[in-house]
Design a protein around this ligand. Structure first.
Ligand SMILES: NC(=O)c1ccc[n+]([C@@H]2O[C@H](COP(=O)([O-])OP(=O)(O)OC[C@H]3O[C@@H](n4cnc5c(N)ncnc54)[C@H](OP(=O)(O)O)[C@@H]3O)[C@@H](O)[C@H]2O)c1
Length: 324
């Protein structure tokens, strides 16, 4: 099969497509014909050797896929040949085929395309865990989403709208702001402008800012926290901007607000039984039309490295997906 094999940690633009051996499913595994692979900022950092977890070399990157079951291990009875599934294989997603334990495969509802499914699990579970479980976001409340045009951001917009919240989306270019409005954000602001807190104040027009969802970090975190209303919740989701803010703790006392770390992977590692109910809720919301997961920019397998470069260079739009 063809795959992107990473033999040394390097800039993603060094990645090339090569021929490698097709995997064979063990007893508890299924073989998947991959149709789409979701790319996240973490994949780009992993390839560059800049992520906290470093896989043994060589490895095939790609941690989120959707595809069709084409062979069953001898012990598998829960899945059928031909079934459409999504899964997180940890690695191996940037290939034509991958073997995955059957228990990790989730059937895709008819309303969800392969491209939507491949980018779904991490970002939507993070959004649900962050906004609903950690942030207690309620219908009628207002949430500010930073980095709203990124993969994590667009899922947060969708989940916040499904909850019934008002969404103010922060993005750095007119194209990104147009795209998040099209995806359902109620209002947008340009947080690359020095006056962005003034823009926020004027959008709020005296109404409270209840929740901040922050996958960007750096210089944006403290002003965003300062914009929260008393009793607000600040959700620490990621650091795509590269910097990690040091927050004066007196702000939490003055505002009676919470700063909550959102770590979906860590949460389900500690509470494995919590993953399935969250996923079921999200699937139910798709079937009832409350959620609309959509791929952002789409690329071929050969273009995986340049797609990752777009993320590192802040040029990507939405959840990037490799389509096959
Ligand atoms: N906590 C969790 O469980 C969890 C789960 C998944 C991902 N994450 C983290 O969430 C973060 C975002 O991931 P993602 O997949 O959404 O990434 P992404 O698609 O690349 O989006 C990141 C967004 O951050 C903004 N940004 C600001 N400064 C940037 C910079 N210097 N370089 C790149 N982007 C910059 C960009 O929007 P503008 O140009 O509009 O500023 C971009 O759209 C990452 O740190 C990732 O590790 C956390």
């Amino acid at each position: 099969m063809r795959a992107i094999v990473c033999s040394e940690f390097a800039s993603p633009d060094q990645l090339v497509l090569s021929d490698t051996t097709s995997p064979q499913p063990k007893g508890h595994e299924v073989l998947i014909d991959i149709k789409a692979t979701g790319l996240g900022y973490v994949d780009a950092l992993t390839v560059a050797g800049r992520y906290q977890i470093k896989p043994a070399l060589p490895f095939i990157p790609g941690s989120e896929i959707s595809g069709v079951v084409i062979a069953l291990g001898s012990e598998v009875s829960s899945l059928k040949i031909g079934q459409r599934i999504l899964a997180m294989p940890s690695y191996g997603g940037l290939a034509e085929q991958v073997c995955i334990p059957a228990v990790k495969c989730i059937p895709i509802p008819p309303a969800l395309s392969h491209e939507g499914a491949a980018g779904f699990q991490v970002n939507y579970c993070t959004a649900y865990h962050g906004l609903v479980q950690c942030g207690q976001l309620q219908a009628g409340e207002t949430v500010l989403i930073l980095g709203a045009a990124g993969g994590v951001g667009v899922a947060a917009i969708d989940v916040a709208k499904a909850v019934g919240a008002r969404v103010i989306a922060a993005a750095s270019t007119p194209e990104k702001r147009r795209s998040v409005l099209a995806l359902g954000a109620d209002e947008v602001l340009d947080y690359s402008a020095p006056d962005w807190r003034e823009q926020l104040k004027s959008l709020l027009d005296g109404s409270p800012l209840d929740v901040v969802y922050d996958p960007v970090g750096g210089a944006f975190s403290e002003p965003a926290l300062r914009s929260l209303s008393p009793g607000g919740r600040f959700l620490v989701v990621g650091f795509a901007g590269g910097g990690i803010a040091s927050i004066p703790l007196n702000l939490t006392l003055l505002k009676r607000c919470s700063i909550v770390g959102v770590n979906w992977g860590g949460y389900i590692a500690a509470n494995p039984s919590e993953a399935a109910p969250v996923m079921q809720t999200l699937m139910d919301w798709i079937e009832s039309g409350q959620l609309h997961p959509a791929a952002g920019q789409s690329f071929s397998l050969q273009q995986a490295g340049s797609a990752m470069m777009k993320m590192l260079n802040r040029e990507s739009l939405g959840k990037l997906v490799i389509s096959q």
